[in-house]
Design a protein around this ligand. Sequence first.
Ligand code: ATP
Ligand code: MG
Length: 620
Amino acid sequence: MHRNIANSSDTIVSHAKPAATATDTPEKNAASSNFLVQVVEQGLAEGKYASRHWSGKPGPAAQQQAGPLDPAAIRTRFPPEPNGYLHFGHAKSICLNFGLAERFGGACHMRFDDTNPTKEEQEYVDSIIESVKWLGYGWQFQNENNLYFASDYFDFLYAFAEKLIEAGHAYVDEQSADEIRQNRGTLTQPGTNSPWRDRPAAESLDLFRRMKAGEFADGSLVLRLKIDMASGNINLRDPLAYRIRHAHHHRTGDAWCIYPLYDFTHGVSDSLENITHSICTLEFESHRPLYDWLNERLAELGCLNTPLPQQYEFSRLNLTYVVLSKRKLIQLVDEGHVQAWDDPRMPTLVGARRRGYTPAGFRLFAERIGVSRSDSLIDYTVLEDCMREDLNIAAERRIAVLDPIKLVITNYPEGHSETCHAPNHPLKPELGKREVQFSRELWIEREDFAEAPPKGFHRLYQGNKVRLRYGYVIECTGCEKDAAGKVTTVYATYFEDSKSGTPGADTYKVKGNSHWISVGHACAAEVRLYDRLFKRANPGGKLPDTPEGETRDFIDDLNPDSISTIRAQVEGSLGDVTAETVFQFERHGYFVADRFDTKPGNPVFNRTVTLRDSWGKAGQ
Ligand code: ATP
Ligand code: MG
């Protein structure tokens, strides 16, 4: 399905359209390219998840075991940290997690991993919820509303931490952050035990309680898991479980001044929620032994329900011409390189929505790129092609003249107009035709006329005939220019018996075909033409001929011409277009009425994506 272009260490996957045959259903494609589908199928066949009890809401072992068998065949979750807006990479994870649950009669939980008080905001929570819903997914399973916040588990997490201390699996460390770092060792050298590692459990428990009570300053003490300072896996060298942060949390306010770390929170949250498949990106592979260690210890202590969740890793989405890292996206917004998070050039889901990208296009993309464990770099055109494929079916056709110049039909009566009929969708005749008015003065594209036609030019030049699409055949008779030599008006005569759809019209054989709008029936519109935000395929990538690891600043790779705003003429009916409707402007591409700036009588269109090919070919 993919064509792989070998390119140093990365594989760029460019688009090869899968052969669409009657037997080649999307489901089959997904099955063949998503290894996690096989993992789930196998687990279900082995009855791996069948014995799980579930109380109907997250909770510890005793609560779950008192409940009935879990009605969800599997449980997955999408666990973003609410510290930014979702990007295209998240779309892959969303389609994967919600998609697997949908496919196998399971539930996918929406969980905010919000244990870091300093970087998280309600604005991000709201936007993430909106984007996941926009992609067409939900977290309702039967009568469960599976929307959760890791911060809701703070009481459980704290209680479990105490249990671990009592069992000798955790201790309070008084070393400074620097000392902890130094004593952690390296990839080749084992770490050194903390002098506090073997302090009595009662002492750690007392200190931990006093940490919670707010007796200590930030950074003065931490709770660590007691695993193995000599482990070959650095994540197992007594990782931190809790730290002191006298900070306000967006949901729990000032209730806590100690906060659990990601690795401590994540597996526990999965277990509390009865997750079967904890799916994450490959950089967490080396955290899996810790994930398992912690869940196993807490299951032994009777805290967590079994069977325990299992972590599976897949390769993250990398896409050419964009950056997919919240940190970099925040920088683009903060430094004003884009207008906002929802700037249509941003690779965020809110940006994509404003640009006219569609949920169905994203799902198609996720299916097409598949899910694997090997690193790859997907060519941006794969995503664009998915949007085109969806929009080619979904979008009605309209006419827009983006660079208008006036055409006068000199033998057409002044003050007169007549109706022509243009199909709304060539692939869906059931959508019918709409009326467009023809008259003596029309707008045509400036590029459709040439004073001195280059070789192979089939549109308007003196003496040449073209068909005005859905209208008449005309012959160009000349033009008028201003003092600067710029063409201001083109002149032509029309052939009365050549009207499209009338008998004999097709006896006129012309090579050129132009679109037009009657001047008296057109509406002016602001049209924003978007191009790639970055001019290089790998923004901030490696510098050629430089020492290993040196990279460019991704900001230097911004495309200075990523937006241009023009004044176009569109069909009059588009004057009161509904915001967010996407059209194919014949010959130009797909355009969406801007969600926020479109006002009655004042349409604003964003170019979603150009047509794959030129006039007369794709999408016509
Ligand atoms: P970033 O690196 O941009 O900050 P993140 O991984 O820190 O992203 P989270 O909010 O923690 O962002 O991510 C939520 C989920 O989305 C995680 O399960 C993560 O693995 C997944 N995810 C994030 N980026 C990608 C990507 N590029 N491709 C696939 N999945 C991704
Ligand atoms: Mg993260």
